[in-house]
Design a protein around this ligand. Structure first.
Ligand code: ADP
Ligand code: MG
Length: 256
């Protein structure tokens, strides 16, 4: 089936949250995404795992156009990613992203970090944005930190703020790129608990993570990438218990 036919057939089934069809990406001569086909339904939780350098970050960065792909189609919330700036803004508003290195603005308070985009991008009145931010800070269980600066918070708290900040844009889809891998072990659980809570709200999520306990708890599907390819995918229990390829067997033996 051609990429266009794949897209056409997915549209017939109802608009999925995210469709990648025949996606290829190169950095110079380096082929980092090789014919990637992936469809994520609204409300689905997908965990992406794979060795370092396999293209996981590039994959999710392409989904909100932090990187450009060169071949194939990426459709997010019914809109195809293109170089049209307006369509790009529309897509970014629907897609929240949480990075490994929290990326909070250090010179803004926690509350200001959370209200900046709603005020400037969504044009929300300040009072409304603040009320919304407090609601999400309560949901990630740190409302008392609202007046502090990122540097005054622990890594785990900063990452929970980063999640709250993304949620303040009321995204339809959340992308996570190894959100716990920069954290000390004692802080990993609080961030994973926050992500589990988010999953329970029905949020559509793609999470790059090697936290296989998390994958077992919330993932509808685990996608294993290696050298730019989706090598295997399936429901967590099945994939972990019965890896079909040597590449996944080797990977699992290293992380489990
Ligand atoms: P992962 O997240 O699975 O560790 P990445 O998507 O970060 O993998 O990287 C995939 C490959 O692309 C790696 O070989 C990496 O070195 C390379 N790469 C990533 N970003 C860039 C970039 N901006 N320029 C050139 N090469 C890059
Ligand atoms: Mg990465």
């Amino acid at each position: 089936m051609s990429a266009a036919e794949t897209v056409a057939s997915s549209v017939r089934k109802g608009v999925p949250a995210i469709t990648l069809a025949g996606v290829n990406k190169w950095f110079g001569a380096l082929h980092v995404l090789r014919d990637v086909n992936l469809e994520v339904a609204m409300g689905e939780r997908v965990v992406v795992c794979g060795p370092s350098g396999s293209g996981k970050s590039t994959l999710i960065r392409c989904i909100n156009r932090l990187e450009e792909h060169q071949e194939g189609q990426i459709i997010v919330d019914g809109k195809e990613l293109s170089n049209d700036i307006r369509s790009l803004d529309a897509i970014r508003r629907e897609v929240g992203m949480v990075f490994q290195s929290f990326n909070l603005f250090p010179h803004l308070t926690i509350l200001e970090n959370c209200t900046l985009a709603p005020i400037w991008v969504r044009k929300m009145p300040k009072k409304e944005a603040e009320a919304l931010a407090m609601e999400y800070l309560e949901r990630v269980r740190i409302p008392e930190q609202a007046g502090k600066y990122p540097g005054q918070l622990s890594g785990g708290q900063q990452q929970r703020v980063a999640i709250a900040r993304a949620l303040c844009m009321k995204p339809k889809i959340m992308l996570f790129d190894e959100p716990t891998s920069a954290l000390d072990p004692e802080m990993i659980k609080e961030v994973l608990d926050t992500m589990v809570m988010l999953a329970e709200t029905g949020m559509t999520m793609i999470c790059v993570t090697h936290e296989m306990g998390f994958a077992r708890t919330v993932a509808d599907r685990v996608v294993f990438m290696d050298r730019g390819e989706i090598v295997e995918q399936g429901v967590p229990e099945e994939l972990f218990a019965n890896p079909r390829t040597d590449r996944l067997k080797t990977f699992l033996s290293q992380i489990l």
